[in-house]
Design a protein around this ligand. Structure first.
Ligand SMILES: O=C(O)CCCC[C@@H]1SC[C@@H]2NC(=O)N[C@@H]21
Length: 251
């Protein structure tokens, strides 16, 4: 498939486009049983979009609401590291439509534009054994408008257009994003997670600076040392190094 702007849809990936759904995550879950191959689900509107930690994810038509459903044939821990690949793919895609120096990645899986949150990533998987049965990589990008928020956010929402970026349709954006994500899969296959991590760290914000990580039950403040081989946040705190698997980060 090729779009008006000339981008080519990646081989081996199916695309389902919906005018409206509750959430592309829920839509993917419903389609997981009969899954024949990697499938991107794109919706123009969501009535019950959600983000990490059960937060609502809203936004009007013109923004991107998409989920990739596939079986990566790996353990749950390896599946979870796909969020770094999604972040790298998002960074590369957004860099086509705006100044790449204004973009940065924020652990664990936000993309910042001029320090505001322009995109979020949500992973869900299923499987009782050593391998996942399926993985969903949900991606929301504020292409056209930043949703209003009354929730506590660690970075205020911004939109691509609102920050002076080019106007792009969700279809065109997803075509480039899907291609960039497929490239990340082949980097993982050929060079391993170490290479994905290296790319992510080059684009990460606040490495070497003092940040705060809130886990829901505890708060840690320290220097953002790195992200380890498992994708954990590593903070140097006054009590020594602290390895954090999941948290919200505040600057
Ligand atoms: O930053 C976050 O909390 C993650 C946001 C993920 C939002 C996307 S929009 C497409 C997909 N469908 C959903 O309901 N959520 C994800």
């Amino acid at each position: 498939m090729s779009t008006d702007e000339g981008s080519v849809w990646p081989e081996g990936y199916a695309l389902v486009t919906l005018d409206e759904t509750d959430s592309t995550m829920a839509e993917a879950r419903r389609r997981a049983t009969g899954l024949e191959g990697p499938t991107w689900i794109l919706a123009h509107r969501q009535t019950a979009g959600h983000g990490r930690r059960g937060r609502a994810w809203s936004g009007g038509e013109g923004n991107l609401f998409a989920t990739l459903l596939y079986n990566p044939a790996c353990s749950p821990a390896e599946a979870a590291r796909r969020s770094f690949m999604a972040a790298n793919a998002l960074f590369e895609t957004l860099a086509i439509y705006t100044n790449r120096d204004a973009l940065a990645l924020k652990w664990p899986n936000d993309v910042l534009l001029n320090e505001g949150k322009v995109a979020g990533i949500l992973l869900e998987s299923s499987g009782a054994g050593p391998f996942v049965d399926w993985l969903t990589v949900g991606i929301g990008v504020n292409l056209a408008e930043a949703p209003p928020t009354d929730q506590e956010m660690s970075a205020k929402p911004v939109s691509l257009v609102g920050q002076g970026g080019q106007s792009v349709t969700p279809e065109e954006f997803l075509t480039v994003l899907a291609t960039n994500f497929a490239t990340q899969e082949s980097i993982l296959e050929r060079l391993g997670f170490a290479r994905v991590r290296e790319e992510w760290l080059q684009r990460a914000t606040r490495v070497g600076e003092v940040i705060t990580a809130r886990t829901g039950t505890a708060e840690y403040r320290g220097v953002f040392e790195t992200v380890d081989e498992e994708g954990n946040l590593v903070l140097a705190t006054t009590e020594g190094p602290r390895v954090i698997p999941a948290a919200d980060v505040y600057f």
